[in-house]
Design a protein around this ligand. Structure first.
Ligand SMILES: [Zn+2]
Length: 168
């Protein structure tokens, strides 16, 4: 309900499509997968090549979504909240747990640069790439506001039974 993704054109950063998760309809409709599904529902004539797109996810993709992004042919993705944020702030340890249990993969140890794609943490980029301190603070402040909104939504949603059971 509040995991989302969007796809932009690399050429002009225009929005191609955005979607959010819908686990109540199907447990596979994570934000990223649902966004990719909608992307492929666009008419082929107007749909850009995945190699010409930027893929952005609100949360670091889980193993399902990592595979979906890979199989779809995107050569990049960016995310705001990391797996640890998802575990700690949203009480959802499943991404890391599945990585460990199924793939024997410790937190953060999957290949963030590989044959298929490179991925980027927005928070790391802000920390490491923005030299102007004021600009960095300003962006950080915006991210803090987004984080606060997510926290508020989480507090509301966790009281709904349907949310509790939309976990694994
Ligand atoms: Zn996922």
């Amino acid at each position: 309900m509040f995991y989302g993704a969007f796809i932009l054109k690399k050429s002009d950063l225009s929005l191609v499509i955005t979607e959010m998760n819908n686990k109540l309809e199907c447990p596979l409709w994570h934000g990223e997968v649902n966004c990719i599904r909608r992307f492929y529902e666009l008419p082929k004539e107007t749909r850009p090549n995945t190699k010409d797109c930027i893929f952005f996810s609100s949360h670091e993709p889980c193993s399902l979504c990592l595979s979906a992004i890979t199989w779809s042919g995107f050569d990049n993705f960016y995310y705001l909240f990391g797996h640890e944020d998802t575990r700690d702030s949203f009480e959802m340890p499943h991404d890391l747990k599945i990585m460990k249990e199924v793939f024997n993969c410790e937190p953060g140890s999957y290949n963030k640069k590989n044959f298929y794609w490179k991925c980027y943490s927005l928070k790391d980029m802000i920390k490491n790439c923005i030299e102007d301190e004021n600009e960095r603070k300003e962006i950080q402040e915006r991210i803090n506001k987004i984080s606060k909104k997510y926290e508020e939504m989480f507090q509301i949603m966790k009281n709904y039974d349907s949310f509790k059971f939309s976990y694994l």
